[in-house]
Write a protein that binds this ligand. Sequence first.
Ligand SMILES: [Zn+2]
Ligand SMILES: [Zn+2]
Length: 369
Amino acid sequence: MSALMGKAVVNFGPGIPWEMREYPVPSPKPGAMVLKISMASICGSDVHAYLGEFGGPKGVRQKPSILGHEFVGRVHELGEGVCTDTVGRRLEVGDRVLWSPSMLCGRCPSCLREVVPCPNRKEHQGTTSDDWPHFKGAFAEYYYLNPGQWVYKVPDVVPDSAAVYVDCAAATVAYALTKVDFPMGSWGLIQGAGGLGLCAAPMMKDRGARVIVVDKRAERLELARAFGADHTIDGTEYPTPESRIERVRELTKGVGPEVVLEVVAGAPEVVPEGLEMLAIGGTYLTVGLVGPYPVTIEMGPFINKGLRLIGSAQFKAATMADVLDLMERTIDKYPWDKVISHTFRLEDTEEAIKQAAAGKVVRAAVVMD
Ligand SMILES: [Zn+2]
Ligand SMILES: [Zn+2]
């Protein structure tokens, strides 16, 4: 084991202040690698964990763990036998890479049929950061990547501030969109212009669709237009579902969008509204409403319009490569680096999470270098 030490921000459960700790940087076992993290972004699920919306009870001190699962960095040390990334490109110490914290099990019925989600998806090894190899989350200077975890070289033109949220924000929405078709001349509508919604706009454009984005925050809608939205609908200007549905009819010449994508957090009332906006035969794609959100659907119109409702979670290894390819091709066209709206130092990670919880940022990131 090397004498090098690395910093990590560890948490003990909701309601307990986070602490900065130092751990020895491990040497990788055969097939593994150690990565030096440059930037880590804060995902909605980190906020849920911080607030105790799932996980342990609030105020009860748990074993220390490192949160965070969206990161980018460089190869620090390669274990014996590792010389390429997941798609076979040569890897050397110092190469810029992004990677996935999770692994599919490979043996459940879903994995065997090559569909996701995998119900047995593993999030690294164990939960405590006091146990070797310590570096198991994103809010730290290093990360220990097990054999089999996906890792990709990042194209030079894609900055850290774009690569950092490929897994999970961008890949989650990219994978959801593989489940729908965009026939010639079709429209896609995105409910919610947060990180996922902004990413979805160029992805729909790349598939040939015209795009409408609905949100209530003017600055997010401006960003959505920079991300390729043909039209935006401001919920403060069109305050009722009826007025928004009417506006969508106008924009789509009475036809409606073939796809409505829901990427909102905690607003289940958007579902019936989105279903009503859809074109005949259209698909409602739901990604953001993870949580106990009951929704009432009027079945008559749903059946008579021949609609489809599809949920989507997780993604495949290939999705990450596809997102990186899209970013590389369109880095001059869309402001991929602007999804990260605020950056913080590693020691201010808890403050970054608080601001994300308060909705003050599009997406916050912690910068280590
Ligand atoms: Zn996430
Ligand atoms: Zn599986």
